[in-house]
Design a protein around this ligand. Structure first.
Ligand code: TRP
Length: 466
């Protein structure tokens, strides 16, 4: 196999981006993993598994990762590396290169918008985690019953000033890193944060194995109870496959733009997908045994699952206080390295095309996310009873982004790369892959992924609203 000894640049004529590049392929893996592994894996995955009854949902999710997520991730990295710019300008460059209609630029715009919308509520939830680091460490949950933990969580949700305080801190932390730029800011941050995260998660798993009801947790996650599955659930699983891999909004495209010319995209993406899935499953394995060890706690408790059940469990186990604070540090770190990828594409765009520097770009976008995020903050207290089509503001933002915008953008990307771009151009960008790998990937991307997204999308929406 011709292993990266070709010198010089590719014939594609792509330019090196203005934002710099990752120090190495390894940094890209860490950055992409940092983006992928986040609240989606540790907070959201367990609670939507709980709401959708366990095993069957997990299986659907795994199928979506394999047949939709991974192929589309390869496509996104490939597009980004070829365009070498923010998703918006990458798409503009690629559509012009291929002489296509400007409507394809919608991929970039839809993505960047979705990213900011996700960031708005992501910062609110990450704020809960930040708040909980102190709560756990101070012993607030020491010996707490489920009712007491529920009350502490309920008080937090009712207290909009505290929510806004932590939401603001989290956004400031995120902007601080992104202002540092690609190599100095993001690159360094993920190299330090990611390994710490893995160590903390393994510690938590051992703890849960020793002190939780491990067998029931295992059973819940992996028994195929298909009666619990609905089309809404399947759409949620599909949407979550996009969400957890950071697909469908240009985050991975933007990161791909900073990737070295000769890194092999295929195995890099497989590594990221594998780590992300492993973290979600390990998080589930760490959380559910603790939930089941405590009869007063419901697996289907919703967004509060981790914030009510875990503190109870931790508060009543030896060493739980220490491990509990560790856990919320872990969650905050994971959220932090994800949030930077939610804002980076829009920052890159403002810098490229609107003459912003990284500081003003971050401040303006951060402010936007902050203002919209206030809606999510209020949806947990003052606006809790205000509903649009049955959704609170937070639920609506989550649904609109994960279940609608991400799959839709993903569908467009699959069609763009699979059907619209010249096969030769695509092959050129993926020239390190063997024929067999390349053609199987392309086949899945052309036929399987779009069809699956389309069917699930239409049926899921139909069942949600009618
Ligand atoms: N993947 C992250 C998580 O699981 C969230 C995230 C970061 C994201 N960047 C994204 C989701 C881009 C969608 C698109 O928590």
């Amino acid at each position: 196999m011709a292993e990266q000894d070709q010198s010089g640049t590719t014939t594609s004529g792509t330019k090196r981006g203005v934002h710099g590049a990752w120090a190495s392929r390894w940094t890209f893996v860490m950055a992409a993993t940092g983006s992928a592994v986040g609240l989606g894996n540790i907070w959201k995955f367990p609670y939507i598994v709980g709401e959708n009854g366990g095993g069957a949902f997990v299986l659907v999710y795994l199928v979506c990762i394999l047949l939709v997520g991974i192929p589309i991730m390869v496509a996104e990295v490939m597009l980004g590396r070829r365009g070498r710019q923010s998703p918006i300008n990458t798409m503009r460059y690629l559509t012009e290169e291929a002489g296509l209609h400007g409507a394809w630029n919608a991929i970039g715009w839809l993505g960047v918008t979705a990213g900011l919308m996700i960031l708005s509520y992501y910062a609110v939830i990450a704020g809960w985690a930040l708040h909980y680091v102190g709560q756990m460490a101070s012993g607030a949950f020491q010996g707490a019953s489920a009712e007491q933990a529920g009350a502490i969580f309920g008080n937090l949700l009712a207290d909009k000033n505290t929510l806004i305080y932590w939401q603001t801190i989290f956004l400031l932390l995120t902007m601080a890193i992104v202002i540092g730029g690609v190599t100095k800011g993001l690159g360094v941050a993920v190299r330090i944060l990611m390994p710490m995260l893995f160590v903390l998660l393994m510690i938590l798993l051992v703890f849960s194995y020793k002190h939780g009801d491990f067998e029931r947790g295992l059973n819940f996650l992996f028994s195929f109870n298909y009666q619990a599955l609905t089309w809404e659930g399947v759409l949620e699983a599909l949407g979550h496959a996009f969400f957890t891999l950071s697909l469908g909004m240009g985050a991975i495209m933007a990161y791909g733009a900073y990737m070295p010319e000769h890194a092999r995209i295929g195995r890099t993406v497989l590594a990221v997908g594998f780590i992300d899935t492993a973290v979600a499953l390990v998080a589930g394995l760490a959380i559910f045994p603790i939930v089941f060890a405590n009869p007063a706690i419901e697996p289907g408790a919703g967004p509060g699952l981790m914030f009510v059940s875990l503190p109870v469990a931790f508060g009543n186990m030896t060493g739980g206080l220490l491990f509990g604070s560790f856990f919320f540090v872990l969650v905050t770190l994971a959220a932090w390295s994800s949030a930077i990828s939610l804002i980076e594409p829009a920052v890159a765009y403002l810098v490229e095309s609107k003459g912003f520097n990284r500081i003003t770009a971050n401040l303006s976008l951060g402010l936007m996310a902050w203002v919209v995020g206030l809606g999510s903050v209020l949806s947990f207290n003052e606006w809790a009873d205000t509903r649009v089509a049955g959704f609170t503001f937070f639920e609506f933002m989550d649904f609109l982004t994960s279940s609608v915008m991400l799959p839709l953008t993903g569908l467009f990307i699959a069609i763009f790369v699979g059907w619209i771009m010249k096969p030769d151009t695509v092959r050129e960008e993926l020239d390190d892959e063997s024929n067999r790998v390349f053609f199987s990937w392309r086949w899945v991307l052309r036929f399987v992924s779009p069809l699956l997204v389309l069917v699930v999308f239409v049926l899921g929406l139909y069942k949600t609203f009618w």
